[in-house]
Design a protein around this ligand. Structure first.
Ligand code: 13P
Length: 341
């Protein structure tokens, strides 16, 4: 393992002004997104859509540090035969790969899941590295509800995250460690804070036990935020203040960077929260976005599967990427949103 190189890649992913495009929706998830815009999900339409994003020169060159791909996409070529990975590399962004294989029911723990995909991971990582991937992602899912999460779910998911991270580093790939506490429930922000704290503490304990080099990883957490169905919605300032307090308490300064998931926040909320956190600096780690929905909802809608809408889709993507790029430096203002289009 070359830790200097892992650290260089991890640091490049969270460089101020840029963040990660999470374009790694599984075939099932992208079908749901396409259904919402009335587009048939085929290998070709998925390729066309992602090619549109990766050819968005302004967004990719200026605001995107890395792209997380799904297995199908990393092997796909653009319409003109150029591998999609090459399009990403030529924009200066780093290709990455989602390597978990989704969740399964966790035995003895009703309503909870364990993320799977460790079997043969070492061999898969080798192939992904040869194809150009320099970082990977594994998502653990923790739900908040009555009587959950259990310590069992937190513990086995943290163990799997650390197993994955160690295998990545041995394969010279930077692991993005993503323990996502869902925001789907009716819990308030303080309950989210308390659960996320337990999850992060357990995750870092496992990372240490399994000898993962913190300098060569990126953390992808949820923010401390109110559940979507909670009647008590925390303000932007409260989300920013509590998230930073939580991360400072749980994430060692040796970690080069933190890149948030958007998790179901609206586009503008996800941007405003990141921006507000940067007003609370200086921070001990790089802090940026690794958004899926909050970067792609607008371009998906603008594109709607039509070749004549590619320019509109790219312009919607560039706008969101720029807004989040500014937020990653604390330089975003809501008035910039109104100037869109
Ligand atoms: P969202 O930003 O849509 O939550 O997706 C990010 C991601 O990569 C989830 O694993």
């Amino acid at each position: 393992m070359n830790l200097t190189e892992l650290n260089r890649v991890a640091t490049a992913l969270v460089v101020p002004g840029k963040g990660i495009l999470a374009a790694d929706e599984s075939s099932g998830t992208i079908k749901k997104r396409f259904d919402a815009i009335g587009v048939d999900s085929t290998e070709e339409s998925r390729r066309d859509y992602r090619e549109m994003l990766f050819r968005s020169t302004e967004a990719m060159n200026r605001y995107i540090s890395g792209v997380i791909l799904y297995d199908e996409t990393i092997w796909q070529d653009a319409k003109d035969g150029t591998p999609l990975v090459k399009l990403i590399e030529s924009s200066g962004a780093i290709p990455g790969i989602k390597v978990d294989e989704g969740t399964q029911a966790l035995p003895m723990c009703p309503g909870e899941t364990i993320t799977v995909g460790l079997d043969r991971l070492a061999e898969r990582l080798k192939k992904y590295y040869e194809r150009g991937a320099r970082f990977a992602k594994w998502r653990a899912v923790i739900d908040i509800g009555s009587g959950i999460p259990s310590m069992t779910a937190i513990s086995v998911n943290a163990h799997a995250l650390a197993r994955y991270a160690a295998l990545c580093q041995a394969a010279q790939i930077v692991p993005i460690v993503e323990p996502e506490v869902l925001m789907d429930g009716d819990h308030d922000i303080d309950r989210c804070y308390e659960v996320t704290q337990r999850v992060l503490n357990k995750t870092f304990q496992e990372l240490r036990i399994q000898r993962v080099a913190l300098e060569g990883m990126v953390l992808k957490p949820n923010m401390a935020i109110s559940g979507k169905k909670s009647p008590k919605q925390a303000s932007v300032e409260e989300v920013a203040e509590k998230t930073i307090r939580l991360l400072k308490a749980c994430v060692p300064a040796a970690v080069p960077g933190i890149a948030f998931l958007s998790g179901g926040q609206s586009d503008e909320e996800a941007t405003a929260h990141l921006n507000a956190m940067h007003k609370l600096g200086p921070l001990p780690w790089g802090l940026t976005f690794s958004y899926g929905r909050a970067l792609q909802a607008a371009p998906q809608k603008a594109w709607s599967g039509k070749a004549e809408n590619v320019a509109a889709g790219q312009s919607a993507f560039s706008h969101r990427a720029r807004m989040n790029g500014l937020a990653s430096k604390g330089e975003w203002q809501s008035s910039l949103e109104q100037k869109a289009d």
